[in-house]
Design a protein. Structure first.
Length: 189
């Protein structure tokens, strides 16, 4: 039988397989490196896109914050203007109040009642006076209820004076009355 040496063929096959393995390993490493680089590039691109969207949102938020601050300033200015307008309207409404007040006081005082003091604190009017009888005070209160600018009369005191002080008017009284324009009184009721 002829002697054939198969060792170099096997050795060549082994070297061929090892070379193929190294080439496959090199291609796999290169492919992995390429995939890592591509993935890194895509992630960095997404991060930069998100950063640009975030910076856009931050600038828009700052614009909106400035707009909100401006709106708050405008609302504050509007509130001040409305307060001024209300003060002016009240002054206009109360401009003729004293004339009406004195007119109605003169019209409502019945015969036999004498006013000694009238004092105003805010919208409240305190009336002190003397009268011939208690019924005159009742009549005076009814007259006040009928007046347009005088509202809610309340009797505080009715007392008998000494005969020496005022013999023709032996009673002293104190009334409290609210002063308001007819429009204000209608709004409140």
């Amino acid at each position: 039988m002829a002697r054939i040496n198969l060792l170099p063929w096997r050795e060549n096959l082994r070297q061929e397989r090892q070379r193929n393995f190294m080439v496959a390993l090199g291609l796999t490493v290169a492919l992995a490196v390429v995939l890592v680089l591509v993935g890194n590039h895509l992630v960095n691109r997404q991060i930069s896109g998100q950063d640009s969207r975030n910076s856009y949102l931050q600038t828009e938020i700052r614009k909106l914050d400035r707009d909100i601050q401006r709106i708050e300033e405008l609302e504050e200015t509007r509130d001040h203007m409305l307060a001024r307008k209300n003060v002016i309207e009240r002054l206009q409404e109360n401009r003729s109040m004293m004339v009406h007040l004195f007119n109605y006081m003169a019209q409502t005082v019945p015969e036999g009642v004498r006013l000694t003091s009238v004092r105003q604190t805010g919208e409240e009017l305190t009336i002190l006076g003397t009268t011939q009888s208690e019924t005159r005070v009742s009549e005076y209160m009814r007259n006040i209820e009928g007046a347009e600018w005088l509202h809610d009369p309340s009797l505080r005191i009715v007392e008998v004076l000494g005969q020496r002080e005022l013999p023709d008017q032996p009673f002293r009284f104190e009334l409290r009355v609210r002063v308001a324009s007819p429009a204000t009184a209608n709004e409140e009721s």
